[in-house]
Structures are given as structure tokens and as C-alpha cells.
Design a protein around this ligand. Structure first.
Ligand code: NAD
Length: 378
């Protein structure tokens, strides 16, 4: 990840968002009044790959409202290492086969599914059936049907469902959402959003295997570009048309390499997104009636950076995953807003499917019939 020097303090912009807005309306005392309410929720990570190892577990050492209580892994050696490193008791360690017995475990409140995409639906549904709240990584599932199954399982079980969309808890992104909401620069007219990296390692990795990933760059990085277009305009798109480009077919045998897509929004705003596993780009730029704003990078872990036509943005850098998991825990404990509900993951998957359909039909425009605000978080 690119190392960036700390940004100069914003000269003219107020920093009126972030954590302060989140807790302002939370009825803390009343939420904690039940005698069996716990102050810190126990989280079990399912899948101990790169993201769990280097981002989520370290972040769970710093979270205020939840902690790493358990692990679910198919690799006994990993179970041992993690148990030692994080002091996880034997009874809080599960494998994929005995996972359902997590139901009996009272220390684990939340199951966080961090597996290859093809396993998100199965483990989210099993977690819900075990009575655990669920965080599901992006992309939510392989298709919209699976998203519906996850949402239904969580509703039926009466558990909360959140997406692993960490940026909604991140202060630069929250500031962009505030610009849009408060029309700081007037109406947004155009958004350009890129989310891409260059993949050159192991051609047999699951991300390049459609059976395990559900798609290529679009389902991996593309969801960030889709998200940027939506929170950069504050609306769900009414149409999309898309194009696919392939320059290294020998490497990208099974999944998409580079995709561009254009959205129209109800206000008349338009957006262009680019996602790729072949080029390096990470940016959100919006031009408005009275100025512009930009995040670059816009979706890496930390640090993000941003500027506007009125000056630089500068926010405290904290682990996005820490903020995200604490926000979800506050949603469960105190009824704070769910910043990235399951419907948001489903909406993005509906857009992914429309993009693939447009490509199949030679770039034909696809209508998207979202209810206003569908999938928006609190
Ligand atoms: P990874 O390849 O590093 O880890 C995958 C884990 O799944 C490994 O522990 C592996 O042992 C396990 N696994 C179980 N069955 C497997 C199978 N059949 N094939 C391959 N692995 C299998 O992947 P990752 O980077 O940790 O990504 C996991 C999930 O997290 C993905 O859905 C990804 O999109 C998501 N993710 C999200 C972010 C984010 O910023 N929100 C960042 C990285 C990854």
C-alpha cells in the first residue's frame, strides 16, 4: 500500500462527520439496561487467510465493542498458531465440518465470513441458523439469488446482517457522503471512480477461478467503484452500460480482466467506473455545480487521502476494520445505524449482474429499477 505523508489540515472545510455523528443518537443507557447485555461482543472469524490474518485479527485487538473470541478454519496448524497468538480457548475453535455446533457457544455473538466468495452464502446461512449475527465479506455472494437467501436466513433467525464494507466507517468516505448529502459543492454532476490492481502472481489463485470467485475484477475491486459511484452521487443508478477489455487472456483464462461501466442517476448525474486486475488505479473524483472533491486513494486500507476545490482534507488515520467492526457491534448492542446492511450487498450484486449482462449483449444499456434509497445504510 502506498505510504502517504499526513495531509495538511483542511483550510476551509469543516470536519463535521465521523464517529461523532454515529454515537450522537445512540441510547446507550437504555440499550445497556438489559441485565444480560454484554459490553463487548465476541467475534469468530471464518477463514484465516490474508484478510483475517493481516487486517481483521489485528484490528480486533483494538476494538472497543467487540473482540476476537473464536476462529473457524480448515487447517489444524493454523488453529494452533492462532490459539497461541490470540489466546483462544479450545472450545472456541471450529472447523468447517463442526461449525454448526457454534450454536452452543455463548462467547461468540458474531460470525465474520472471510472465505472465498463461493462460500459466503453457505457460511452466512449456517451462522444465522446457529443464532449468530453475521458480517459477510464482499462481494456478498455468487449471485443475487444467494444474496436473497442470506438476507432471508438472517431475518428468519432474527440476527443482524452487515457487509464487510469498511469504507462506510472511514472518515474520508464519510466526508464525501456529507458533501453529497449537504450539497457542499452543489449538485454532483459527474463521478469518475477507479478501483484496480495488477495481478501477476499465482494464476491458480481462487480469485481467478470463477467457480470460487463468481467473477474477476468486477466482483473483487469493482464493487468499490460501484460503491464510489453511488455514495459519490448519493443515489442508486437507473441504468448501466458496460464494456470489457482483455489484454492478457493467457493469465485471465476464466475471469474478467478490465471492465468499464457508465451509470445514469435520477438527478441527471452520470458516472464512469473502471475496475481491473491488470492496471493500478484507486480514485474517486466528483465534479459538481460549484467545485469538486476527490479521494486518491479512495478504497485502500489506510491511509486514504483527499482534496477538494477548497483545500486538502485531513482526518485521523485509524484502522478501518476496527471502526467497521465497532460500528457493527454498536448496531447490535445499542441499535446504532447499520452502515452497510445486507441489502447493500444485494444491490451491488444486482448491479454486477446488470454489468455482466450488458457486456454479454454488446454494451446494451440495462435499466435498474431500484426503489429510492434501496440498500442504503444508516
Ligand atoms: P485468502 O485467499 O487470503 O484467504 C482465503 C481463506 O479461505 C484461506 O484461509 C483459505 O484456507 C480458506 N479457504 C477455504 N476453502 C478454500 C478454497 N476452496 N479455496 C481457497 N481458500 C479456501 O483470501 P482473502 O484475501 O482473505 O479474502 C477472503 C474474503 O475476504 C474474500 O471474499 C475477499 O473478497 C474478502 N476481502 C475483503 C477485503 C476488504 O477490504 N473488505 C479485503 C480482502 C479480502
Amino acid at each position: 500500500m502506498k505510504e502517504l505523508s499526513r495531509r495538511k489540515f483542511a483550510k476551509t472545510l469543516s470536519k463535521g462527520v465521523g464517529a461523532t455523528t454515529l454515537m450522537a443518537n445512540v441510547p446507550l443507557a437504555c440499550a445497556m439496561s438489559g441485565s444480560n447485555q454484554k459490553k463487548k461482543l465476541g467475534v469468530a472469524l471464518v477463514g484465516l487467510g490474508g484478510y483475517s490474518t493481516y487486517q481483521l485479527a489485528p484490528a480486533l485487538m483494538d476494538t472497543e465493542h467487540c473482540y476476537l473470541a473464536g476462529i473457524v478454519t480448515g487447517t489444524p496448524a493454523k488453529a494452533k498458531t492462532w490459539a497461541n497468538r490470540y489466546n483462544i480457548p479450545e472450545g472456541n475453535i471450529f472447523n468447517y465440518e463442526n461449525f454448526d455446533t457454534i450454536k452452543e457457544n455463548r462467547e461468540i455473538d458474531v460470525v465474520y465470513v472471510v472465505l472465498p466468495n463461493s462460500m459466503h452464502a453457505e457460511f452466512s446461512i449456517r451462522a444465522a441458523k446457529a443464532g449468530k449475527h453475521v458480517i459477510c465479506e464482499k462481494p456478498m455472494a455468487m449471485d443475487v439469488r444467494e444474496c436473497d437467501e442470506i438476507i432471508k436466513a438472517c431475518k428468519d433467525a432474527g440476527v443482524k446482517l452487515g457487509m464487510g464494507y469498511r469504507l462506510h466507517s472511514e472518515p474520508y468516505t464519510q466526508e464525501v457522503k456529507r458533501f453529497v448529502r449537504e450539497k457542499t459543492f452543489g449538485e454532483v454532476l459527474y463521478v469518475s471512480a477507479d478501483a484496480a490492481y495488477r495481478s501477476t502472481s499465482n494464476p491458480n489463485q481462487w480469485r481467478l477461478d470463477r467457480k470460487l470467485s463468481g467473477g474477476g475484477a468486477l466482483v473483487n475491486m469493482g464493487v468499490y467503484a460501484i460503491q464510489s459511484a453511488i455514495y459519490g452521487t448519493g443515489q442508486n443508478p437507473i441504468s448501466v452500460q458496460a464494456q470489457e477489455y482483455s489484454t492478457r487472456p493467457e493469465y485471465f483464462k476464466d475471469t474478467d480482466e478490465t471492465i468499464t461501466a457508465q451509470f445514469e442517476f435520477p438527478s441527471g448525474a452520470v458516472a464512469n467506473i473502471m475496475t481491473s486486475h491488470n492496471v493500478i488505479a484507486n480514485r474517486l473524483y466528483a465534479t459538481c455545480e460549484n467545485g469538486w472533491f476527490e479521494l486518491d486513494p479512495a478504497s485502500t486500507y489506510i491511509p486514504l487521502a483527499g482534496r477538494t476545490s477548497r483545500g486538502e482534507l485531513d482526518f485521523k488515520q485509524e484502522s478501518q476494520q476496527k471502526l467497521q467492526m465497532d460500528d457493527f457491534a454498536k448496531h447490535i448492542l445499542y441499535d446504532a445505524p447499520n452502515l452497510a446492511p445486507g441489502e447493500m450487498g444485494k444491490r451491488d450484486m444486482m448491479i454486477v449482474e446488470a454489468i455482466y449482462k450488458s457486456i454479454q449483449e454488446g454494451g446494451k444499456k440495462q435499466s435498474l429499477g431500484f426503489e429510492p434509497g434501496f440498500g442504503f445504510g444508516g
